[in-house]
Structures are given as C-alpha cells and as structure tokens.
Design a binder for this molecule. Structure first.
Ligand code: DIR
Ligand code: MN
Ligand code: MN
Ligand code: MN
Length: 301
C-alpha cells in the first residue's frame, strides 16, 4: 500500500500569513517516517515553488480575494492529486489554508466519481461569491465543488463533482447566516457540536456514514480542518472557535473512518505554526501528525 503525501504551502485563501509553513513543519516533525513505520510506501511532493503561480495582478473579482492565485494553485495541485489517486495511492494532503479543498476534492472525485466527502470543521466553508462577507476563499471551497457558486471567471475549470447528498459535516459551530440557508435549502446533512454533545462522537460518525455511505461501499474523502478541534487542543490555527472537538473525538473520527477500509484520501488543513506560543505550535503540529497517522490506520488493531 502506497501513499502520496502532497504538501501545499499556500495561504492565499485567507489573510493571515504562516499557514503556508504548515506542511514543512508537519514533515519536519517526522510525519513521513512515521507513516513509513506504519508499513506504507511514501512519496512526497512539497510544492515548494507554488508562489511562482502568483499573478502580478489579482484584483478582487465577484467579492473574492486573490481569485487568480487561488485558482492557479488549486488547479495545479488538483492534477497532482488526481494523478496519485488514479494510480491507486492513498492521497494525504497537508495544508495550507482550506481553499486547497477545491484541489483535493476535484482531484479525488475526478478519480473516484462515486466518492463521498466528510468535512470536519468548525466552519462550513460553503459560502458562495455572492454570500461571502469576508471574501476569503477558504470560506468558499465547498460551494464551487457542489456547483452552487454560480459562474466565476477565475474558477470555470472547477467541475461540480460533489453531489450534496454525498457530503456531510462534523464539528460545525461557526456558520454564517448565508451558509445556514444554503445548508437548509439543499438539505445537507450536518453534525454540529450540538449533535456531538447530544449523541456522542461514536453515534455521530455512524450517522454521518449512514447518510453519505449507507451500504459502506463508496470511497471516502475526509477533509479535516484542525480548527474543528477545540482551541485548547489545536491552538495554532487562523480562525479558532471555542467549544470544539476534544483530542479523542478528533482522533475517533479518523479512526472510525479508517476502520471502514474505504478511506482513499485525507486532508489535514489550517495548521499555522506561526500563531501562538512555542508550546501551542508543538501541540498543533503533533496533533496534525497524529490525526494523519490515524487516517492511515495507526490505531486499528
Ligand atoms: C467565514 C470563516 N465563514 C468566512 N470561515 C473560515 O470567511 O467565510 N473557514 N474560517 O475556515
Ligand atoms: Mn492561509
Ligand atoms: Mn475549513
Ligand atoms: Mn475552519
């Protein structure tokens, strides 16, 4: 079994610098060796030259900030991910901000059209160009993937490969009014922190899988924004929100999905090793690595 680890040192989907250092910090922490020790053959693409894709001029377009840069980077990376997925490799993508979800889902669903998506996040990341208040594209990737963003000149290449019934969320607790309406109107199945409290994480993952993968026969893509975790667990991230997943709840999600044997791709996003103190950065990088290892079966017996 073989895994392609794809680092995307990119912060252009939101305003805070530093998240582009996430992938190299995860790798410096030993992630690639750790994965090899689990028995995987590992190849790594660090995309160190991705800033060369930044255009000289990148005016706000239909409310979105840096649309040409985000589009160029995500299109480039989506091809790498598609290629690796097509070769039958597990694809582990390290962010970078969550605008990169445009790349991961495009690549994975290109190779596995019947896949389902579990988006673990404090945020729904489903703003459209019309609904976004911030203009930050890391708040919008799901709308492009689901084909509800409307025409945007810079993102015409993104195919609407994600059917909303094949999408579910876990961990939500900071959703914009426009996003709430989209989720309601489209009937998207979402498990907020309220549901985690009410049912427990074991039941929530089971219900989430029952919705997107009722017969447990479809490939699964897990996109994990570390801000889904409580800020006490993953403090070094750009938009922390109180009341998040515990250390174990976060790991349980990865373990339970890995246990299905259907997981084909995972994203570990929004680790920003320049935010907060040294200990906070250590905690966040460490938890990022350990979530990734759980996706690759570390804790399965
Ligand atoms: C907000 C925040 N919904 C936005 N989104 C974040 O900017 O669209 N996503 N932080 O991770
Ligand atoms: Mn960023
Ligand atoms: Mn996110
Ligand atoms: Mn988030």
């Amino acid at each position: 079994q073989s895994v392609s680890v794809i680092g995307v040192p990119f912060s252009g989907g939101q305003p805070r610098g530093g998240v582009e250092e996430g992938p190299c910090r995860l790798v410096e922490f030993g992630l690639l060796n750790q994965i090899e020790e689990l028995g995987w053959a590992v190849d790594y693409e660090g995309n160190e030259n991705i800033t060369a894709l930044q255009p000289k001029e990148d005016p706000d377009t239909l409310n979105l900030k840096q649309p040409k840069y985000v589009s160029a980077v995500t299109q480039h990376v989506s091809k790498q991910i598609y290629q690796s997925a097509k070769e039958g490799k597990f694809v582990l993508t390290l962010g970078g901000d969550h605008s990169i979800g445009i790349a991961t889902v495009s690549g994975v669903f290109g190779a596995y059209p019947n896949a389902c998506l579990i988006w673990v996040d404090a945020h729904a990341d489903i703003n459209t160009p019309a609904s976004t208040d911030s203009g930050n594209i890391h708040g919008c990737p799901v709308s492009f993937l689901a084909g509800i963003a409307g025409d945007h000149p810079d993102f015409a290449w993104v195919r609407p490969l994600l059917k909303t019934e094949r999408l579910t969320y876990i961990g939500l607790r900071d959703i914009d009014a426009g996003e709430k309406k989209i989720i309601k109107d489209l009937g998207i199945k979402a498990f907020s922190m309220h549901h985690v409290d009410k049912y427990g994480i074991g039941k929530v993952v089971e219900l989430a899988l029952d919705h997107v993968n009722p017969n447990r026969d479809l490939p699964i893509h897990l996109s994990f924004d570390v801000d889904a975790l409580d800020p006490s667990v993953a403090p070094s991230t750009g938009t922390p929100v109180r009341g998040g997943l515990t250390f174990r709840e976060g790991h349980y999600i990865c373990e339970a999905i890995a246990e299905t044997g259907l997981l084909v791709a995972a994203d570990i996003m929004e680790v920003n090793p320049t935010l907060e103190d040294t200990n906070s950065v250590y905690q966040t990088v460490q938890v990022g690595c350990s979530l990734a290892r759980c996706c690759l079966g570390e804790t399965l017996l």
